[in-house]
Write a protein that binds this ligand. Structure first.
Ligand code: PLP
Length: 378
């Protein structure tokens, strides 16, 4: 049995979501922008229903939803869109603030903007993965345009206190973008309650299809489009809307919200079992231990073993990773930010439990690590 415990890299698409998408591939093929005939109007109605479901799942609004190809594109639209809009209206605020443990889909656009006249401050985190509130306070100077902070970390599952950060931002006149790719459908989340201006989500991280996501925007917030042509999505994202995929995203978020509380408590209990089993093996530390975390996440560092050898042994029975799927080859910048060496980061295991995870799979995971340690530690 191979246990798939890499749900932070991607989740299986819910079969009910696949069913909901089915008619929109071939049977109902019309372009949702074709308002001159009934099939086109039906496609447009399906897109609007999906939009309503996304809003509903993320707190009910007020929020505008822009469909994108995923959270990467949503992050790019949020960050470059805010920066360009500020440039166009001659806004004196230019500085962007974020955190060293963000996903590359935030860090890379921010570094791009830094090369184009938007100075960047990256806040460090403590050994628990949390931003020091005092450091944040000091960083939010009058020259700051926007703060970007992820709701839940994709490697260590740590949850930053977004609501408190949003309050600080409001006081300082700073915009707030939240990358919620790992949080949507997993923890309670609402653009309005959080007090965020922009929020990114991804279909394949919440039991929906790959290749679709959304950016939620506070109504009225100025954003410059990053994909020109066609005028779709209120002029913010040109290109024919991917009807089957956005229908899938809406259905996936609706279903993820429906079973979220029960799933979170079941997976939290399984995650705790996994940790007790691993802790008992000795020489294993839990990353982000002191901080609030996603219930289905566990990230550990194994002392005194070679990371490559460890993962070679685990591969036989487990689908897990040592870091983000998006930065294969380089050591995790998240674990480095917690103070880990390259070797320690390599000898780390990220477990991501999911809707289909069973107690038997958790037992396999504990046994696979125990067996690997017997071989490696001798
Ligand atoms: C997966 C992920 C992304 C990228 O999402 P895609 O939809 O695959 O582009 C961005 N941010 C975080 C935190 C993620 O986990």
């Amino acid at each position: 049995m191979l246990a798939y415990l890499d749900h932070h890299a991607s989740t299986p698409c819910d079969p009910a979501v696949v069913d909901a998408m089915a008619p929109w591939w071939s049977e109902q093929c019309a372009n949702p922008s074709s308002r001159g005939h009934r099939p086109g109007l039906a496609a447009a109605a399906a897109v609007e229903q999906a939009r309503a479901r996304v809003t509903e799942a993320l707190g009910g609004g007020p929020a505008e939803v822009v469909f994108t190809s995923g959270a990467t594109e949503a992050n790019n639209l949020a960050l470059k869109g805010v920066a360009e809009a500020a440039l166009e209206r001659g806004e004196p605020r230019r500085r962007l603030v974020s955190v060293v443990t963000e996903h590359r889909a935030v860090l890379d656009p921010l570094r791009y903007l830094e090369r184009h006249g938007f100075p960047l401050t990256l806040l460090p985190v403590g050994s628990d993965g949390l931003v020091d509130p005092q450091r944040l306070e000091e960083a939010l100077t009058p020259e700051v345009l926007l703060l970007s902070v992820m709701a839940a970390n994709n490697e260590i599952g740590v949850l930053q206190p977004i609501t408190a950060m949003a309050e600080r931002c409001r006081r300082q006149g700073v915009l707030l973008h939240v990358d919620a790719a790992q949080a949507a459908g997993h923890i309670p989340l609402s653009l309005a309650v959080l007090g965020a201006d922009l929020l990114s989500v991804s279909g394949h991280k919440c039991y929906g299809p790959k290749g679709v996501g959304a950016l939620l925007r506070r109504p009225g917030l100025a954003l410059a489009p990053q994909l020109h042509g066609g005028g779709q999505e209120g002029g913010l994202r040109g290109g024919t809307v991917a009807v089957p995929l956005v229908v899938g995203l809406g259905e996936a978020l609706r279903r993820a919200e429906a079973d979220r509380p029960a799933r979170a408590s079941r997976l939290g209990a399984l995650r705790d079992q996994l940790w007790s089993g691993l802790e008992a093996l000795g020489g294993i530390r839990c990353n982000g231990a002191g901080a609030p975390r996603l219930p289905h996440n566990l990230n550990v560092t194994v002392d005194g073993v070679d990371g490559a050898a460890l993962h070679r042994l685990l591969r036989r029975r487990l689908a897990v990773s040592s870091g983000s799927a998006c930065s294969q080859g380089s050591p995790s910048h998240v674990l480095a930010a917690l103070g880990h060496s390259r070797a320690e980061a390599a000898a780390s295991i990220r477990f991501g439990l999911g809707r289909g995870t069973t107690a038997a799979e958790v037992a396999v995971a504990i046994d696979a690590v125990a067996e690997a340690l017997r071989q490696l530690r001798g």
